[in-house]
Design a protein around this ligand. Structure first.
Ligand SMILES: NC(=O)c1ccc[n+]([C@@H]2O[C@H](COP(=O)([O-])OP(=O)(O)OC[C@H]3O[C@@H](n4cnc5c(N)ncnc54)[C@H](OP(=O)(O)O)[C@@H]3O)[C@@H](O)[C@H]2O)c1
Length: 362
C-alpha cells in the first residue's frame, strides 16, 4: 500500500505539547517548551488508517510526524536551522516509506514555501496551499452569498496578501469582485502584487500597510503569519464576512463576542472521506481536517507522487486541478464553522438583516 506522511508541529506550546506529553506540558513553563523544542528529535505521532478513495477503491496509509519546533521558534530561529529540522523530519518520512510528504502549519510558511526542503529530500513534497486557497476562497464567496453580499458590487480584502495563500487568493478574488484591498507590511511587495493583479484583471486595487484599510470591505480573507490576532472588532464594517485561514488565528475572539453583525468563518477546513482515522487528536472536531493535509492525502490516492505545491507563487491552474482531485477522492468543504463550532442560523439571519438594512429594501 502506498504511504504518505504529513508534518505538524506545536502552534500553541502548552496545549499542543500536552496532546503528546501531558505530563511534560503540565510541568514545563512555556519558555522551556520553546527552548527544548529546538533539541527534541522528530517523531512519529501516529499512523493514519482507513484512507480509501470512494471513487477508485484505492487505499493508502500515512504517518503524522512532529517537527518539534514551536511556531515562535520557527519564526525566530535562523531559517537554515529551521530547514535542517524540517529536512530531518522529511528523512524520517523517507525511512517510513512515504511517497509524498505534506508540510503542515509553519513548515511551509518559513522560508521559500518548501522549495529548499523539496530539493534536499528524495520524497516529493507539497505544502498543501493550493487546496487551502481553493477551500478558503470558495467558503468566503459562499458565506457572502448566504448573507446577501452582491459579488458584482462587493469590495474584497486580503490580509497577508503578499504571502503564498494571500497572493493566490487575491488573484482569484480579483476575478470575482470589482474592488480589492491588499494588506501586508512590505510596501514594495504589495505594490508589485497590486500591479500584477490590475494588469491580469483590470480591477481597482488598493494596497495598504494598515489593517484599518479593511473597514471598507464586504468580503475579507486573512492569511498572515503574524502568529497572533491582528483583526479586532473596530476593523470590520457592519455586515462584513471574514474567512480566517491563519493558524494561529488572525481574528481576535472578541470579534465573535462583540460583533454579532459580522460573519466570521474558519478557512482551510474540509470533511474527510468516511472512515479516516488520524490516530492523533490535533485539535479539530471528528471528520474534519486541514486542507493542506487533505491535499497530501488526495495526491497519494491519485498516485501523483511529485512536488505539487512548492514555492510562494501558486498556480491558479493547480488550484483548480487539486479541487477536482480532492473531490474525486471524497473530500468536501466543511460546513461554516467559527472557532471550530458551527455558525448558528441566528448569526446568519442577523448579518443578512444588517446587509439588507445597509443596501436598502429590494
Ligand atoms: N488551514 C490550513 O489548511 C492552512 C494551510 C496552510 C497555511 N495555513 C496558515 O495560513 C497562514 C499563511 O500561510 P502562508 O504560507 O501563506 O504564509 P506566508 O507565505 O509567509 O505569508 C504570510 C503573509 O502574512 C503577512 N504578514 C506577516 N505578519 C504580518 C503582520 N503582522 N501584519 C500584516 N501582515 C503580516 C506577510 O507579508 P509581510 O511580511 O509583507 O507583512 C505575508 O503576506 C499561516 O498562518 C498558516 O499557518 C493554514
Amino acid at each position: 500500500m502506498d504511504r504518505f506522511a504529513f508534518i505538524i508541529h506545536p502552534l500553541e506550546p502548552k496545549a499542543d505539547v500536552a496532546r503528546k506529553y501531558p505530563f511534560l506540558a503540565r510541568i514545563l513553563p512555556v519558555r522551556l517548551i520553546h527552548f527544548f523544542s529546538r533539541y527534541w528529535p522528530p517523531l512519529v505521532l501516529s499512523r493514519v488508517t482507513g484512507v480509501r478513495s470512494p471513487a477508485t477503491g484505492r487505499e493508502v496509509e500515512g504517518f503524522l510526524l512532529a517537527c518539534p519546533l514551536t511556531a515562535q521558534q520557527m519564526l525566530r530561529l535562523p531559517t537554515r536551522l529551521v530547514y535542517r529540522k524540517i529536512i530531518q523530519t522529511g528523512r524520517l518520512a523517507e525511512r517510513l516509506g512515504a511517497r509524498i510528504l505534506g508540510l503542515g502549519a509553519y513548515t511551509s510558511v518559513v522560508g521559500d514555501g518548501g522549495l529548499t526542503v523539496a530539493k534536499a529530500l528524495d520524497v516529493p513534497v507539497t505544502s498543501g496551499d493550493s487546496y487551502t486557497v481553493a477551500v478558503s476562497v470558495r467558503a468566503l464567496l459562499e458565506a457572502g452569498r448566504a448573507v446577501g453580499v452582491e459579488q458584482e458590487r462587493a469590495v474584497a480584502a486580503v490580509v497577508g496578501a503578499t504571502g503564498a495563500i494571500g497572493s493566490a487568493s487575491a488573484r482569484w478574488l480579483a476575478r470575482k469582485v470589482p474592488r480589492l484591498i491588499l494588506v501586508a507590511r512590505r510596501e514594495r511587495a504589495l505594490q508589485r502584487l497590486a500591479d500584477r493583479i490590475a494588469e491580469e484583471t483590470g480591477v481597482t486595487v488598493k494596497p495598504s500597510t494598515q489593517v484599518e484599510a479593511i473597514v471598507e470591505a464586504d468580503l475579507i480573507l486573512t492569511a498572515t503569519s503574524a502568529g497572533q490576532p491582528l483583526i479586532f472588532p473596530q476593523h470590520l464594517k457592519p455586515g462584513a464576512v471574514v474567512c480566517d485561514v491563519a493558524r494561529p488565528r488572525d481574528v481576535s475572539p472578541r470579534v465573535m463576542e462583540e460583533r454579532k453583525d459580522v460573519l466570521l468563518i474558519d478557512g482551510g477546513l474540509v470533511k474527510t472521506p468516511e472512515g479516516v482515522d488520524f490516530g492523533f487528536d490535533y485539535g479539530l472536531p471528528p471528520g474534519l481536517t486541514f486542507a493542506c493535509m487533505a491535499e497530501t492525502i488526495a495526491l497519494a490516492l491519485e498516485g501523483r507522487f511529485e512536488d505539487y505545491t512548492v514555492g510562494k507563487d501558486l498556480s491558479l491552474e493547480r488550484i483548480a486541478e487539486i479541487e477536482q482531485i480532492t473531490q474525486r477522492h471524497g473530500f468536501r468543504p466543511a460546513e461554516f464553522l467559527a472557532f471550530e463550532r458551527p455558525v448558528e442560523e441566528a448569526r446568519l439571519r442577523a448579518v443578512r438583516r444588517q446587509r439588507r438594512g445597509e443596501n436598502g429594501p429590494r
